[in-house]
Design a protein around this ligand. Structure first.
Ligand code: MEV
Length: 467
């Protein structure tokens, strides 16, 4: 596979330069956050209104998307700030239920911003369709392969007749490959059709092409066609994100006296080796990467199950399941270098991306990217999430950050509202007792305290407050 990027992107000349370093974004209230987002993205008023509506997927649409619909299932939608990718600033929409994911991505993106930003590229951009051939003695496989490849030009023309508009947009079927499985329990062959689907995810396009080619493939091979379907191992649609992080930005404030930024970087290198060698660790390491990728996929209406299955299969492509990212110290030991390489099947046109109002909004927040740009941004989100997790794991441990947010969830569940949420959560962390019962006890004690304070203020003030 060539390292030459198929397409890269830089700041279009008509885009005003705005910084994605939205300092203190997390401290703003909802309205202020939306205002800041509008200022960054020029979000039109109608799309801003959608943001203010909880439950903006109408039942009509839900009923159109799936069968037996009874409603919709909302997820929190957040904004990850501080992304600079190929010299251009972005904020990323993330739809996710797990606390700390958006904060982690934003924090790591800030360290990376301060180190010069992400570099991202798409190194290959083709989707794969599969046509299975059965009922052929394995001695005839080579001949069948030759026949199919001898007719490649005609087969590709036939494939492209099914999607003239895709061809007009510069896409279409590009080539065929044949794979043979003579030693399988039932021997079979597979023809791969490699298709440039442009900005569409292309599942339907590819399935139609496979179905169209199947009868011809059967005649040419002399066999019987079995399955005709796209492959979710999209190893010809590969995105890379790279960073070169300054060790000093990795320093943990509370541990300044104990661990230098350089030591944090060195430990991240060790942690990456652990994930490269050990599949048990690699799986968790890769889950941390998908913490960044999936929420952006969901927020832009993409099929995250396809992306997940593709990434994990790609992680096992050498026969051993390994980390999808690598981290190491640069040769001069001055930077921590990180690289993520993943297949991402995605689209920015058609299907859910076109119909779901929040997917439209997600794409708008990103400046209506091409699928190549969006894939690059997803890869960056994955690498940022990975870095945040590793930094926490090699320093304070992951539980500290998780516990703070978990404590907030518990205090909400215990009935805390408004300022009470923060007060109860902080108290639990201070007391190192983060549990449902602790939340209930602390909440009733602060409420009792508030009542006794009001009582002690005397009847005049209480009357004044009520008037
Ligand atoms: C939790 O959602 C993700 C992590 O487990 C990832 C990792 O261990 O690298 C923290």
């Amino acid at each position: 596979m060539s390292e030459t990027p198929k397409e890269i992107f830089t700041k279009p000349s008509d885009t005003p330069i705005r910084s994605s370093r939205l300092k203190g974004f997390f401290k703003l209230d909802r309205g202020e956050r939306i205002d800041a987002l509008r200022a960054f993205t020029d979000l039109p008023v109608d799309q801003t209104r959608i943001l203010g509506q909880d439950g903006s997927l109408s039942f009509d649409l839900a009923d159109l998307f799936i069968e037996n619909a009874i409603g919709s299932y909302p997820l929190p939608l957040g904004i990850a700030t501080n992304f600079k990718v190929n010299g251009r600033d972005f904020v990323l929409p993330m739809a996710v239920e797990e606390s700390s994911v958006v904060a982690a991505a934003s924090n790591a993106a800030r360290w990376i911003y301060d180190s010069g930003g992400f570099e991202a590229l798409c190194v290959d951009n083709l989707m794969i369709g599969q046509i299975q051939i059965l009922d052929l003695p394995s001695e005839e496989f080579d001949h069948a392969e030759l026949e199919i490849l001898r007719h490649q030009k005609q087969l590709l023309e036939l494939a492209n007749q099914t999607h003239p508009r895709l061809v007009m947009r510069g896409g279409g079927a590009r080539s065929l490959e044949v794979r043979k499985f003579p030693n399988a329990e039932i021997p079979f062959m597979v023809v791969h059709v490699l298709v440039d689907t442009r900005d569409a995810m292309g599942a339907n396009l590819i399935n139609t092409i496979c179905e169209k080619l199947a009868p011809e493939i059967a005649i040419l091979s002399g066999g019987r066609v079995g399955l005709r379907i796209l492959s979710n191992l999209a190893d010809r649609k590969i995105f890379k994100a790279r960073v070169r992080v300054l060790p000093e930005v990795l320093q943990v404030k509370e541990l300044t006296d104990e661990i230098t930024g350089l030591e944090v970087a060195r430990r991240i290198h060790e942690a990456a080796i652990f994930a490269w060698e050990d599949p048990y660790r690699a799986t968790t390491h890769n889950k941390g990467i998908m913490n960044g990728v999936d929420p952006v996929a969901i927020a832009t209406g993409n099929d995250w199950r396809a992306i997940e299955s593709g990434c994990h299969a790609y992680a096992a492509r050498t026969g051993q399941y390994r980390a999808l990212s690598r981290w190491r110290m640069s040769a001069d030991k001055k930077r921590l270098e990180g690289e993520l390489e993943i297949p991402i099947q995605l689209g920015t046109v058609g299907g859910v991306t076109r119909l779901h109002p929040l997917a439209q909004l997600g794409l708008r927040i990103l400046g209506n990217p091409s699928s190549v740009e969006l894939g690059c941004l997803m890869a960056c989100a994955g690498l940022a999430s990975n870095l945040a997790a590793l930094r926490a794991l090699v320093t304070t441990g992951i539980q500290r950050g998780h516990m703070k947010l978990h404590a907030k969830n518990l205090s909400l569940a215990a009935g805390a509202r408004g300022n009470e949420v923060e007060v109860v959560a902080n108290q639990m962390v201070i007391e190192k007792r983060v549990s449902a019962s602790a939340a209930e006890k602390i909440l009733s004690s602060i409420r009792a305290q508030t009542i006794s304070e009001v009582v002690s203020l005397g009847p005049n003030l209480r009357r004044g407050e009520a008037s």
